[in-house]
Design a protein around this ligand. Structure first.
Ligand SMILES: O=P(O)(O)OC[C@H]1O[C@H](O[C@H]2O[C@H](CO)[C@@H](O)[C@H](O)[C@H]2O)[C@H](O)[C@@H](O)[C@@H]1O
Length: 352
């Protein structure tokens, strides 16, 4: 992720022509992007690194939310959350961000005569959050639901994981994949990967003494997981990550669901990735295309925001707790995501 030698984000014909992306139109091969706020000299790094203390506080809040009793009901399928709406705070939030299932009729009415494009986050959206990131598998029924959706609608996975890794979980060749928060559809330089390897090595060294801390190399981004670390050690994890990053001024850290995500300081995120995919897939006609983006994480907010700003399509937040969001609708958990995807397919078949 040493960004000093090359443009940070340019089309990589090798990367985008890989079979994983499956049949991208040829215009994608010519598409290139130079994000704003960046100069190829590498001097104009305008995004300041989040203070690690801030990250930690956010992380603590996140952890508190994640470990709430509501989350404990979050078995992937078949749980009874019928008392959910009785929580006044949740009900108030649902009034602002209604269920995409109960609002399904409105959603399809607005999509009448238009083409739907589906964008899906992976962790927490298609697979339930689990303690071991390597075991975040997708259930066969969810895979079948996503496969069916992709039969009728252009469908992309937009994940914080590396593209290859998320493909190993999803295993569907008919989808489009954007990994490393969208950087893995188009990042060009081998330097990025080289730097990810370097920082991964340093991070592994420093957290090796902390029980439960793990480091995951996501090709252009690196995740430091603290889900399985005793709470008393979280601050230490954060401090150590911060110290390592002192030597990598072109990297920043953001906080996810009990994970510190180290990524390049470039103006690129899941929102930009969605815009890129819409353009590349000839789906940029906001009059006739309705993009639906489903995700559970802070990084998905960038994509929700893009859809809101374009005034076309819908962000759907997966959450069992009220959250500030740019999404229009909500779903409680992956089981509801699956239900929503199945509804889309059923409705499509019905209208044919
Ligand atoms: O954009 P996503 O597909 O949601 O990826 C975001 C991060 O997801 C993974 O971590 C999260 O899920 C793990 C498995 O359920 C969980 O153990 C961890 O606490 C969560 O933060 C992934 O491992 C990270 O690398 C991604 O950045």
């Amino acid at each position: 992720m040493d960004l000093s030698n090359s443009s940070p984000v340019i089309t990589d014909p090798v990367a985008i022509s890989q079979p994983l992306l499956g049949g991208l139109p040829s215009n994608l091969m010519q598409f290139s992007v130079m994000p704003s706020g960046y100069s190829s000299s590498g001097m104009n790094v305008s995004v300041s690194r989040l203070k690690i203390e801030e990250v930690l506080v956010n992380g603590l809040l996140d952890a508190m939310k994640s470990s709430s009793p509501r989350r404990k009901l979050n078995v992937e399928f078949g749980e009874d959350n019928s008392s959910e709406e009785e929580d006044p705070a949740y009900s108030a939030w649902m009034a602002k961000c209604p269920s995409a299932l109960s609002s399904f009729k409105q959603i399809v009415a607005s999509a009448q005569g238009k083409k739907i494009a589906v964008f899906l986050d992976y962790d927490g959206t298609l697979s339930p959050i689990v303690d071991d990131p390597d075991k975040a598998v997708m259930s066969p029924v969810m895979r079948a639901a996503v496969r069916n959706v992709a039969k009728y609608f252009p469908t992309a996975i937009v994940s914080g994981r590396s593209r290859n890794k998320v493909f190993e979980f999803v295993k569907l060749k008919e989808l489009y994949y954007a990994g490393s928060h969208g950087m893995d559809i188009m990042a060009s330089s081998a330097n990025h990967e080289h730097s990810a390897e370097k920082v991964t090595k340093s991070l592994l060294q420093v957290v090796s003494g902390i029980e439960g801390a793990t480091v995951e190399n996501n090709k252009f981004c690196v995740s430091v997981h603290y889900r399985n670390v005793a709470e008393k050690d979280w601050k230490l994890v954060a401090q150590l990550v911060n110290e390592v990053l002192e030597a990598f001024p072109r990297l920043k850290v953001t906080n996810g669901r009990m994970v510190l995500e180290v990524r390049p300081v470039i103006d690129w995120d899941k929102g930009k990735a969605v815009e890129f995919l819409l353009q590349s897939l000839n789906l940029n006609d906001s009059e006739n295309v309705i993009p639906i983006y489903i995700g559970d994480d802070r990084t998905d907010e960038d994509a929700f925001k893009v859809l809101r700003q374009r005034n076309c399509g819908y962000g759907i937040l997966v959450s069992q707790v009220p959250k500030e969001t740019e999404a229009f609708y909500s779903l409680r958990d992956p089981s509801e995501v699956m239900e929503f995807l199945n509804f889309l397919v059923r409705r499509k078949k019905h209208s044919m």
